[in-house]
Design a binder for this molecule. Structure first.
Ligand code: ADP
Length: 254
């Protein structure tokens, strides 16, 4: 595996209204280890609204407030990332995109050229949706779709989604005690892709369905996605660094 996109949800990056520094540090350490193993990593990070809320408590139910919080939180979050990456002697960069950018071949090519230049210089691009103008992430999806587009159009071998859930189950494990992990998924049914979204937590907007849609988008294009816990990075570490699939779900078309 050469190039991977890692997407991390807001729920992983925040805890009780503040930044979950331990988890953010563990993520940066993982990316540093992947760099050591000669992999290129593009990080798609949610959490701008949550980071903004740590600075100014505006009512997050209103879209304009969410946009304002994202504007406050994005540079704040990036500063934390840049400081952490610097501890590992890694430069990181901010790349703000909107989902529409991938609708245009010209804009996709522009973005890719910049991305390639960053990656070939060992920089970790930190991608987020430009929330002040593109409100899709704030309303729906929490960057799941953006990360799937980034993985496909930027030529990644794998999309990793680090979530508050450690895998895809045959039913919602927060509501059903007997839910069973699905370790490998080769195809998704229309029902699975349309199920009512059940986001968990105040900042999360996606739920499992937007993750399944991201997986479906990639599988239809010959790509792969791995869903694993962002709270506990053992499973993703072992999958990426040792090639051992212990926990988490791999989505791969047969
Ligand atoms: P994130 O903030 O990491 O993007 P979300 O909270 O939006 O993640 O989505 C993950 C949540 O989706 C889980 O915590 C879980 O409650 C819910 N969920 C619903 N159905 C399933 C399922 N079949 N397998 C796993 N999680 C599910």
């Amino acid at each position: 595996m050469k190039r991977i996109v890692i997407k991390v949800g807001s729920h992983v990056l925040t805890e009780n209204g503040t930044i979950a520094h331990d988890r953010l540090n563990a993520l940066v350490e993982l990316i540093s280890d992947l760099h050591e193993a000669q992999m290129e990593v593009i990080l798609v990070s949610s959490g701008a609204v949550a980071a903004g809320y740590t600075q100014l408590e505006l009512d997050r139910n209103e879209l304009a407030n969410k946009q304002a919080l994202a504007a406050i939180g994005q540079p704040y979050l990036l500063k934390i990332y840049q400081t952490r990456f610097a501890h590992h002697a890694i430069l990181s960069a901010q790349v703000l995109l909107s989902a529409d950018d991938f609708d245009s071949r010209k804009r996709t090519a522009h973005a890719r050229r910049a991305l390639e230049r960053l990656l070939e210089n060992g920089v970790v691009p930190i991608v987020n949706e430009n929330d002040v103008v593109a409100t899709e992430e704030l309303v729906f999806g929490d960057n799941d779709r953006l990360s799937a587009h980034a993985a496909h159009y930027f030529g990644a071998d794998l999309l990793v989604i680090l979530s508050d859930i450690d895998a895809y189950y045959d039913k919602d494990p927060h509501r059903h005690e007997d839910a069973k992990i699905r370790k490998v998924v080769n195809a998704l049914s229309t029902e699975e892709l349309e199920e009512e979204c059940s986001a968990h937590g105040a900042f999360a907007t996606g739920g499992i369905v937007t993750k399944l849609q991201a997986a479906d988008f990639l599988m239809r294009r010959g790509g792969r996605m791995f869903l694993a816990s962002g709270f506990e990075l053992d499973d993703i570490r072992s999958y990426l660094l040792d090639g051992v699939h212990k926990g988490g779900t791999l989505f791969i078309a047969r």
